[in-house]
Every structure is written in structure tokens, then in C-alpha cells.
Design a protein around this ligand. Structure first.
Ligand SMILES: O=C(O)c1ccccc1N[C@@H]1O[C@H](COP(=O)(O)O)[C@@H](O)[C@H]1O
Length: 212
């Protein structure tokens, strides 16, 4: 089965176009002001227009309020909502209210953390395994941190899932081989500086993924 890729944290037309041209299955827009990848509602509206119908638009949120979700969904023409730092009940409520598929991030450092995926059964449509960040970190993701991919090997995944956290063009093949992921998600690993996406790195990442 082929491997698909989501390029997350896009905020310019040039790098969005690189993701689409390289064959990304999904693109991600971050609606979280502390992030260096944050997009305004206006930016999201302009970027969304460039995305062809076969590419999914995913909005990334951290414990969002309904008003932000509604604005972002409309402007960004979102196809899915990626949630960080929400309870399963809140994730389910967002999914019911917006009628969009919800991706729930699960922060992983140890095997026990995978229980977070079981807790999301019935609440979200996809689990996104990401690396656990330090308690005092400003962001719950987008930090370039990875976890032990072998933790996923014998796990009975309760839901469709994707792998993220510290992926880049040089390690994505190994990450897929070890974890068995069929959807990978990258942000800082295709940047030249924090929050600055690099079209060449995006192309390189997607070329490798297409070869798997
Ligand atoms: O990228 C961000 O700034 C961000 C902000 C808030 C929540 C999630 C965010 N990014 C997500 O984090 C993972 C991993 O990123 P990285 O590849 O390790 O840099 C990625 O899935 C993004 O969707």
C-alpha cells in the first residue's frame, strides 16, 4: 500500500504549491497564534483557494473555541480538524458540531502513552501519534521531536492513524519501515528556519515518500 504525506504548517503560496506539486495527500494550516506557522483567517482563505480538490485541507488547533473553529473551517475550506490538547469528549463534541472528520493528536514517549489512542475511540476518526514535548513547551507539536517508532510495532491500533514528530527527508523511510505508518505528517523537518517552509525540502520529503 502506498504511503501518503501531510505537509503541515504551510503559510505561503510558494510552499503550498510545492506540497501540492510533490503529491501531498493533505496540507495543514495552523490556527494557533503562539506558533511560528500560525495563519490568519485571511491567509487561510487565500491559501485554501490554491488547493485542488484531491488534496485534503487540515486545520490544526490547540484547545480551540467554537468561534475560531467556525471561522477557520469556512475560510480555510477545511476537510478535517486536527486537535491537540483536548479531551476525548471535547473532540467528539467538535466532530458532531462541525460534521468534519477529527484527527486527535496523541503525545507519545512511552508505551503507556498509546492508551491515549484507545481513549479516542468513538471520539475521533484518526489518531495522530506525535512526540511528547516537555511540560513547559510553548507548542504541543511542530518541535521536531521524535519518539521511539518501534513502540507502534505491536500495538493494536484502535483507529486509522498517522505518524508525526521529528520526521524529515532523511529519516522518513526508516520511520515508515519501523512503524508501519501509511500516512506521515511533517512540519519543522521541511523548514530552513523555525516556521519557514523550504520548497526544496518539501519536494525531497515527498519524493522519498513516493518511493516507499
Ligand atoms: O507546527 C506547529 O506549529 C504546531 C502547533 C500546534 C500544534 C501542532 C503543531 N504542529 C504539528 O506537530 C506535528 C509534528 O511537527 P514536527 O514535524 O515535529 O515539526 C505535526 O504533525 C504538526 O501537525
Amino acid at each position: 500500500m502506498p504511503v501518503s504525506a501531510k505537509i503541515c504548517g504551510l503559510s505561503t503560496a510558494e510552499t503550498l504549491d510545492a506540497a501540492v506539486a510533490g503529491g501531498a495527500s493533505h496540507v495543514g494550516f495552523v490556527f494557533f497564534p503562539p506558533s511560528p506557522r500560525h495563519v490568519t483567517i485571511e491567509q487561510a482563505a487565500a491559501l485554501a483557494q490554491r488547493v485542488p480538490a484531491h488534496v485534503g485541507r487540515v486545520g490544526v488547533f490547540v484547545d480551540p473555541e467554537d468561534a475560531l473553529l467556525d471561522q477557520a473551517i469556512r475560510a480555510g475550506r477545511l476537510d478535517a480538524i486536527q486537535l491537540h490538547r483536548v479531551t476525548p469528549a471535547r473532540a467528539a463534541s467538535i466532530g458532531s458540531r462541525t460534521r468534519l472528520p477529527v484527527w486527535g493528536a496523541v503525545a507519545v514517549k512511552t508505551r503507556a502513552d498509546l492508551d491515549g489512542a484507545n481513549a479516542l475511540r468513538g471520539a475521533v476518526q484518526r489518531v495522530l501519534y506525535d512526540a511528547k514535548v516537555p511540560e513547559d513547551a510553548k507548542l504541543p507539536g511542530g518541535m521536531g521531536l521524535r519518539f521511539d517508532w518501534s513502540l507502534l510495532q505491536d500495538f493494536a491500533h484502535p483507529l486509522p492513524w498517522a505518524l508525526s514528530g521529528g520526521l524529515d527527508p532523511a529519516n522518513v523511510a526508516e520511520a515508515v519501515s519501523i512503524s508501519g505508518a501509511r500516512l506521515v505528517d511533517v512540519s519543522s523537518g521541511v523548514e530552513s528556519a523555525s516556521g519557514i517552509k523550504d520548497a526544496g525540502k518539501i519536494a525531497s520529503f515527498l519524493k522519498t515518500v513516493a518511493s516507499l
